[in-house]
Design a protein around this ligand. Structure first.
Ligand SMILES: Cc1cc2nc3c(=O)[nH]c(=O)nc-3n(C[C@H](O)[C@H](O)[C@H](O)COP(=O)(O)O)c2cc1C
Length: 323
């Protein structure tokens, strides 16, 4: 039995510097059902830092999953308890991030070379909670890029009894490629993910990587249990406007873009003294995706942002949406 608590048919991928509480607030105004993820938070930072600040979230965000990085089992257990305490709906361990700094902290994709350790981390996390514990990984790392390697990795981590794995369907190069290039250069191999699902049909596998339109996402559901989309949502938050309808069968849900903008500006006004202007305003910049003349519009918006003229900014956005 795969008794997960959250329905993961569509997730917005965790993105550092992007899926901030403010961006998640905006995404939630657009889709009530899409599963949202925090940026990756290092378990060490959660232990030593101001966890109240790091774990800030809005009530409307549910379901939202805390993503953590780390390989120290006691710190991961500690993070899991924080996720319980701060009312997250699940916790996800990141073993896909290729950044050098992350690897130096024994976090992220380098851990794909240590399947037993990942398994033990996940088991430890599971002991602390009844919420969903999940993993996000790649299909390989460096020279370990065969299907057999991937299969062995998955088979080992499943001994922890996790029931759901998010897979970015390209390998990570730890030497020589920066994180940005690591999201484009290694070839996408969706077939690895389709095959693994066939081998472990009771486990939920979620496809991530290179999904740029809703039709491609729908296609994936023929083979897998869900999709996770990152950059396409970052570039255009309205990408998720039909998710409730298409993926969660909720008909009659019509997203009114002006309403989203108005509600988001209410949020900005309420938080302007507490949250950084950068965090509050950066999700807005993506809202003019694909709009003719958006370059000029972005310049105008940037000037208003610099002047912190929130009322004028709101007017500008509302007239753009109306047009
Ligand atoms: C700016 C940015 C930051 C990211 N930060 C994280 C992160 O914190 N944790 C993580 O697991 N993946 C992170 N990723 C990877 C995404 O979650 C996702 O796996 C990757 O972008 C591929 O999906 P996509 O093609 O839909 O964008 C990040 C991606 C981007 C673009």
């Amino acid at each position: 039995m795969n008794n997960l608590k959250v329905d993961y048919r569509f997730s917005v991928a965790p993105m550092m510097g992007v899926t901030t509480p403010s961006a998640r607030y905006m995404y939630r105004l657009i889709s009530k059902e899409a599963v949202l993820f925090t940026e990756m938070l290092a378990s060490q930072a959660l232990h030593r830092g101001d966890c109240k600040k790091l774990l800030r979230k809005e009530n409307i965000e549910k379901p939202v999953i805390l993503q953590v990085g780390g390989s120290d089992i006691s710190l991961l257990k500690y993070s899991t308890n924080l996720a319980n305490k701060f009312d997250y709906q699940g916790i996800n361990l990141n073993v896909g991030c290729p950044s050098k700094k992350v690897s130096q902290g024994k976090m992220g994709a380098c851990l794909m070379k240590e399947a037993e350790l990942v398994r033990d981390c996940l088991s430890g996390m599971r002991e602390e909670t009844s919420m969903d514990v999940s993993l996000k990984c790649r299909i390989g790392v460096d020279e370990f890029d065969s299907y057999d390697f991937f299969r062995n990795f998955i088979s080992t981590v499943l001994e922890s009894e996790v029931k759901i794995i998010f897979i970015h369907a390209r390998k990570a190069f730890l030497k020589g490629l920066d994180p940005k290039k690591n999201r484009t250069l290694p070839e996408l191999k969706y077939e690895f993910v389709y095959n693994i699902k066939k081998e472990f049909p009771d486990i939920k596998f979620i496809m991530n990587g290179g999904l740029t339109n809703i039709d491609d996402c729908i296609e994936q559901l023929k083979y897998l249990d869900g999709v996770m989309v990152g950059r396409a949502v970052q570039a255009n938050p309205f990408f998720i406007k039909d998710v409730d309808n298409i993926f969660y069968g909720q008909s009659n849900i019509e997203v009114n873009k002006s309403d989203v903008v108005k509600k988001y500006f209410d949020y900005i006004k309420m938080n302007i003294e507490i949250v950084s202007t950068y965090e509050l305003l950066s999700p807005l910049l993506a809202l003019c995706f694909g709009v003719p003349g958006s370059k000029k519009f972005k310049q105008e918006v940037n000037e208003l942002i610099r002047a912190r003229d929130i009322n004028k900014l709101e007017e500008t956005y509302l007239s753009l949406i109306a047009a």
